[in-house]
Design a protein around this ligand. Structure first.
Ligand code: NAD
Ligand code: WQD
Length: 336
């Protein structure tokens, strides 16, 4: 199939492009490079040893999207393009609602106009709010506490309504847990701007000496060791989950958790990182981070049952691959 991958130069999108190419599909990337670099497209082609088509466009631009659908035969869309920083979305709600909602509307409209019936959407476990773990797809969505989470819940709703009104349309809503790690080649991985907000990139930058020490946000949660528990999933497993979702798509709306089903605490992750890479990660315990929940992990059984997909790579592989990429990556972030 010819797959339009929006946000294909980004972290999860680039790994998914490789998985698609390896599975024999063709890829058209649409990305405005607002949070990525064109070099990543070259690296995708190097790793997969295949060509991709790259269109540097903003997917909120209906005319630019129309040109792609007019000029290329698109069989399906995987829509990654979006702004994703939770804290920033509180300061810039208009940017987040505009970018993340309008892009979904523009792409869905183009799909309708050109009779493209396969649509895979990047959602997030954040739509579950702070309900009881493990999170199951059938749970009611709770109001999220930030505009970013709202854009994911709203996009899910928009795509569901469109599908209900158009029985030929097929949509897969993929709720990711905590994607980490990098491609085994060390060529592509996560490259956050400035000081990272997320745990794994913070840990890799501490290990590299770019940052002095990890601040562990709270050790008084009701968890195995008091620190926050999350379902970390290797980005390569996550990428393969998209190929499975696309290839098994049938009419209607299908919601899948993409996680491992296993929870890992902050201190367990730090220990795994130190063991995997034989390197020390200094840390200090500080106050809880506002808005954090104690535990978040998936019931990942539906994806296994219906898509035949499950995550295979363990926390050690995630830590090893994240570190291999960080060691190779040359951008310098000042230590604070
Ligand atoms: P990323 O920022 O690395 O990738 C997003 C890509 O989309 C970037 O290359 C960016 O340049 C592009 N983009 C953004 N807005 C665009 C627009 N209007 N037009 C064209 N291109 C645009 O982020 P990621 O981590 O790869 O996340 C991909 C998707 O998965 C996002 O929708 C994100 O919300 C979702 N998600 C990410 C996580 C996570 O922890 N990384 C978790 C759950 C869901
Ligand atoms: C993980 C754990 C922190 C940094 C976020 C988004 C979510 C999704 C994935 C997009 C928590 C602790 C972290 C640090 C720490 N993104 N931590 N010190 O918050 O689970 O999820 O990314 O959809 O929407 O909210 O991920 O990596 O920030 O935190 O102690 O410097 O690590 O408290 O327990 P989170 P995270």
């Amino acid at each position: 199939m010819n797959i339009l991958v929006t946000g294909g130069a980004g972290y999860i999108g680039s790994h998914t492009c490789i998985a698609l190419l390896e599975a024999g599909h063709s890829v058209i990337i649409a990305d405005n490079l607002c949070n990525s670099k064109s070099e990543t497209v070259m690296k995708i082609m190097d790793i997969a040893d295949k060509e991709v088509t790259f269109c540097e466009i903003d997917v909120t631009d209906a005319e630019a999207v129309d040109i792609i659908f007019r000029n290329y035969k698109v069989d399906g869309v995987i829509h990654f393009a979006g702004l994703k920083a939770v804290g920033e979305s509180v300061d810039k709600p208009l940017d987040y609602y505009y970018n993340n909602i309008v892009s979904t509307l523009v792409l869905a409209k183009a799909c309708q106009e050109y009779g493209v019936n396969r649509f895979v959407f990047s959602s997030s476990a954040t739509v579950y709010g702070d309900d009881k773990v493990p999170f199951v797809e059938t749970m009611d969505l709770l109001p999220t506490t930030n505009p970013y989470g709202e854009t994911k819940a709203m996009s899910e709703r928009i795509l569901t309504d469109i599908t209900n009104a158009n029985p030929d349309f097929s949509v897969s809503l993929l709720r990711y847990f905590n994607p980490v790690g990098a491609h085994w080649s060390g060529l592509i991985g996560e490259t956050p701007n400035g000081i990272p907000n997320n745990l794994m990139p913070y840990v890799t930058q501490v290990a590299k000496g770019k940052l002095k020490s990890l601040r562990v946000f709270g050790n008084d949660y009701l968890t195995v060791d008091g620190t926050g528990v999350r379902d970390y999933i290797h980005v390569v497993d996550l990428a393969n989950g998209h190929v499975a979702a696309l290839e098994n798509l049938t009419e209607g709306v299908h919601i899948y958790n993409l996680g491992t089903g296993k929870g890992t605490s902050v201190l367990e992750l730090v220990k795994a990182f130190e063991e995997a890479n034989d390197i020390e990660v200094p840390y200090e315990i500080v106050d809880r981070r506002p808005g954090d929940i104690a535990s978040c992990y998936a019931d990942a059984s539906k994806a296994k049952r219906e898509l035949g997909w499950e995550a295979n790579l363990d926390i050690i592989s995630m830590c090893r691959d994240a570190w291999r990429f960080e060691k190779n990556y040359t951008d310098f972030v000042e230590s604070k």
